[in-house]
Design a protein. Structure first.
Length: 161
């Protein structure tokens, strides 16, 4: 019988399915479903598109994970204070002219701490945050290979909306 080390067992798995790319929907199994959009979609007069684009979704993901990690780091240091993280995700053309790339940036603040005082905690949170690790290439995913693992599967193997 083969055993799996505890650190290799997932604590939680989110299953998310996109159907239709940036003109469709993204759905979390047992959770919310959101319409998707392209950052190039025309914004209606009301001021917002009907769906979220990949840059917004990445920004939501990183800001939430980084801030949650910062809260843990602060608690471990005995600091009771609110924190806030703002993420900007820019979309650029690849230098080759073919395709696109993201340029994400984050800014974090801790209420009651000056930036110089908060820096050590923000840096510790960035080093521990799972999304930061993915974005910086520091994640150990799928047997020690850097970067997210992507596999091709049958279309019918993925649940429909």
């Amino acid at each position: 019988m083969t055993t799996t080390p505890d650190d290799a067992r997932p604590l939680y798995t989110a299953r998310v399915v996109n159907d239709g790319g940036t003109s469709g929907h993204v759905r979390v199994a047992g959770g919310p479903s959101l319409p998707t959009a392209s950052p190039f979609d025309v914004v209606p007069a009301e001021g917002s598109r009907a769906g979220a684009d990949p840059e917004q979704l990445l920004g939501m993901t990183w800001s939430t994970c980084l801030n949650a990690t910062l809260e843990v780091v602060l608690a471990e240091a005995g600091i009771t204070a609110r924190s806030r993280v703002c993420v900007e995700v820019e979309l650029h053309r690849e230098r080759s002219g073919v395709g696109y790339r993201f340029v994400p940036r984050a800014a974090a603040a801790v209420e009651g701490l000056r930036p110089a005082q908060a820096r050590v905690h923000v840096e510790a949170a960035h080093a521990r945050c799972p999304v930061s690790k993915l974005l910086t290439g520091a994640a150990d995913v799928s047997g020690g290979h850097p970067g997210p693992r992507v596999e091709a599967v049958e279309f019918s193997d993925l649940p429909a909306r």
